[in-house]
Design a protein around this ligand. Structure first.
Ligand SMILES: C[S@@+](CC[C@H](N)C(=O)[O-])C[C@H]1O[C@@H](n2cnc3c(N)ncnc32)[C@H](O)[C@@H]1O
Length: 255
């Protein structure tokens, strides 16, 4: 296994700075209960990423409505999911953009309604789709997350985003439920960006493996995950690596 670039003191998060196409083949598949990811869909190579703002523009004051056009590594070519499909339990966002390359008549579709009760107001999509390799019934989550409106109503961190295609933690938590992860299970996100899947894992007591190729997003992800671990250990002091019962277990040799 390629050594992680960073491992949390409690061992529940391991992060690699690098190309997942090189790191993934070295990972022990048995250590991964599900792959939950939001990868570069390859949409910039199809239709670019600009769009028109719409009727709510005047209502949001100085909030930034425009979508970032900052390029994301890998978004300039069609995505090939072959390597991801070697794992047993896989949930990937944006799979409608590479639907011809996922197994036919298998798995199910999940949808995220980004408008909740609002009408469409710009030229960007109001819904995103994920494909899950297992499971039967298609499901939907409604969670507002569009431009400045999302910042006003529900934006995490007061609407400040760390990544041009950042997902809400709430949506990634829902994904962890959809793939059937229990407390203590491990999710892998090989395209972790700013680490949202990792934050969702730590907040819900799951373990996390993350890979990111771009150093600045890797650093953001590590900081967000460290913060989540700190918050969780303040909430549940017994989970801290230096908690007395853990020392006792280590001394007695009990796992
Ligand atoms: C769609 S973004 C993920 C955003 C993430 N969901 C978030 O909330 O921040 C995909 C990420 O994959 C990274 N990436 C692209 N190709 C990669 C590769 N071969 N290995 C690892 N990371 C890669 C990009 O740098 C980008 O940050």
């Amino acid at each position: 296994m390629t050594e992680p670039t960073w491992t949390s003191p409690c061992g529940s998060a391991k992060l690699w700075l690098g190309d997942c196409l090189e790191v993934l083949p070295t990972l022990d598949k048995g250590s991964v209960d599900a792959v939950v990811t939001d990868l570069p869909y390859g949409i910039s190579c199809v239709k670019g990423s600009s769009g028109k703002q719409g009727k709510y523009r005047g209502l949001v004051g100085d909030a930034r409505l425009s979508r970032s056009t900052e390029p994301v590594i890998g978004d300039d070519k069609p995505f090939d999911p072959a390597l991801l499909l070697t794992f047993d339990n896989v949930l990937t966002w944006g799979a409608n953009h590479y639907a011809t390359r996922i197994p036919e008549r298998s798995g199910r579709w999940l949808a995220w309604n980004k408008l909740e009760e609002l009408d469409s107001f710009d030229s960007f999509s109001d819904v995103e789709f994920a494909w899950h390799s297992n499971g039967k019934a298609s499901r939907i989550i409604s969670y507002m997350w569009k431009g400045g409106l999302a910042c006003r109503k529900r934006g995490e961190n007061n609407g400040k985003r760390n990544h041009p295609t950042q997902k809400p933690v709430a949506v990634m938590k829902w994904c962890l439920e959809q793939v059937g992860l229990s407390d203590g299970d491990t999710a892998l996100d090989p395209y972790m960006g700013s680490g949202t899947t990792g934050v969702a894992c730590i907040r819900t007591g799951r373990k996390f493996l993350g890979i990111e190729i771009e150093p600045r997003y890797f650093d953001i992800a590590r900081k967000r995950i460290e913060r989540s671990l700190k918050e969780r250990s303040e909430m549940f002091p017994a989970m801290r690596p230096d908690a007395p019962h853990k020392q006792l277990m280590l001394e007695s040799g009990t796992p």
